[in-house]
Design a protein around this ligand. Structure first.
Ligand SMILES: Nc1ncnc2c1ncn2[C@@H]1O[C@H](COP(=O)(O)OP(=O)(O)OP(=O)(O)O)[C@@H](O)[C@H]1O
Ligand SMILES: [Mg+2]
Length: 451
């Protein structure tokens, strides 16, 4: 849902201030005015504005100075310069320094309306461009699917076969098993690869917002809908939409989604006009949808529509032979990022990594390696660098690097730190767990200088 645009007018001419706010209010925007630069900047610091109208000639501050302060704080905020005919040159100068456009006095309400609409639009493009840039940066050579196990072979075989088709694919698997990566892989190998791949996290928004997020809304369809918004289905047109955490969708939205899949068209909230969309649907969940169908929490007809081709991602526990491959892959990825050339791991470390259960699957493995690379002193990863959940074997608790034993105080200190951290710093709970009173705990915290 888009908020109502809030616009700031900085001008010492009262007539201009009044007429501008009138025009804006009529457009459904809200407007604030300031009679000089000081007041303007004060307002700008306090409130969020979607655009600023700025007179370059103000009684107190230089307009250029104000422009650069606005640019500094909110580079995406468009600034429209108001100028007299005599000073158009300085308006052009201001545009070189980042202003979006200018209005020469006297101007008509229509001119003001058109130019404001235009810059508000460009503000949106600014964010869209960021989104596109991020997407480009995300695509790196490291986004490949790693895995040589039989289980992954089966998955990749299905991926290869469904990529070229238009089928809806339901990807299931525990958290962190690579559902999103596989969805991207399918898209990137499909005929739609040059069109958008739009991710929708079904768990992220409350129902009313979610519906508008998916299908869009028309201006005025509810309070705050000050302009028409395109839903994710429209953004994904020609490409692929990835509905993540599909199990969280309410029954009401499930019904709407079913209609979209059947009719291949959407209707924006507040409109009755259907819009054709050509979108391939991929969905993912870490829950058992068939179970939810039995419990009446998920529509059976939608379930069948979505799981035309089901792909189940194995947990890391089921394909331990991939662990070291993945470790090597992430060592390179994060080693390059940290500009460290990490030596290959000792067999003790490899053993610890292989023996661990990885409840958080590949995401947990990736985080563990990233952390170890960052923590490593030099090019060697020590068992201590892997301390994370249950991975490190008990020996790292007792030994210093090089195999020497720790003394009791070191171990006490470390243990207190671990419990404190696990209890989010809550000292009463920590004391209780350690079976000492709070005062004793406080004394030890002080003695060991624990933060
Ligand atoms: N087979 C793989 N090879 C390389 N990297 C992988 C593989 N599978 C997953 N990853 C990486 O692990 C991380 C988690 O993967 P992803 O986000 O796709 O998991 P997910 O199943 O969607 O998790 P969640 O259920 O928590 O949303 C990502 O950084 C992804 O690149
Ligand atoms: Mg995911």
């Amino acid at each position: 849902m888009t908020e109502k645009a809030n616009i700031l007018v900085i001008d010492d001419d009262e007539a201009i201030r009044d007429s501008c706010s009138q025009v804006f209010k009529k457009e459904g925007y809200s407007a604030k005015t300031a009679k000089d630069g000081t007041e303007g900047l004060k307002l700008f610091k306090k409130e969020f504005f979607h655009a600023v109208l700025l007179d370059l000639k103000l009684p107190d501050l230089d307009g250029m100075e104000i422009l650069s302060r606005i640019e500094e704080e909110n580079p995406e905020t468009p600034v429209i310069i108001i100028t007299g005919f005599a000073t158009i040159e300085s308006a052009v100068e201001a545009m070189k320094r980042g202003a979006s456009d200018y209005l020469a006095k006297p101007f008509s309400p229509e001119q003001l309306r058109v130019i404001t609409k235009k810059v508000l639009e460009s503000r949106k493009n600014f964010f869209e461009n960021i989104y596109l840039r991020e997407e480009l940066e995300k695509k790196s050579e490291f986004d490949m699917v790693i895995g040589k196990s039989m289980e992954m072979d089966k998955v990749l075989d299905i991926v290869r076969r469904v990529s070229s088709s238009e089928s809806t694919v339901l990807i299931t698997g525990e958290s962190g098993t690579g559902k999103e990566l596989i969805a991207r892989e399918i898209h990137n190998h499909s005929p739609r690869k040059n069109a958008p791949f739009v991710v929708v996290d079904c768990g992220a928004l409350v129902e009313t917002l979610f519906e508008s997020e998916l299908f869009g809304h028309v201006k005025g369809s509810f309070t705050g809908a000050y302009e028409t918004k395109h839903g994710r289905f429209e953004v994904a047109n020609g490409g692929t939409i990835f509905l993540d955490e599909i199990s969280i969708m309410s029954l009401n939205i499930q019904a709407n989604l079913l209609r979209v899949i059947q009719e291949r068209e959407i209707t924006r909230i507040g409109s009755t006009k259907p819009i054709k969309v050509d979108v391939r649907i991929l969905a993912a969940t870490n829950e058992n949808l068939a179970d939810l169908v039995r419990k009446g929490k998920f529509r059976e007809d939608l379930f069948y529509r979505l799981s035309v081709v089901p792909v189940r991602l194995p947990s890391l526990r089921e394909r331990k032979e991939d662990i070291l491959l993945l470790v090597e892959h992430f060592l390179q990825k994060y080693g390059r990022r940290a500009r460290k050339k990490i030596n290959s791991l000792s067999s003790a470390i490899k053993k610890a990594l292989m023996e661990y259960d990885w409840p958080g699957n590949i995401r947990e493995l990736e985080n563990t390696i990233e952390r170890a690379v960052v923590l490593s002193k030099g090019d060697e990863i020590e068992l201590e660098d892997l301390v994370y959940h249950g991975i490190s074997s008990s020996s790292s608790l007792f030994h210093l690097a090089g195999g020497k034993y720790k003394n009791l105080e070191d171990i006490e200190k470390e243990y207190i730190k671990t419990v404190l951290k696990a209890q989010n710093g809550n000292k009463s709970r920590t004391a209780k767990i350690l079976s000492i009173d709070r005062k004793t705990l406080m004394a030890k915290i002080k003695k060991y200088k624990i933060q």
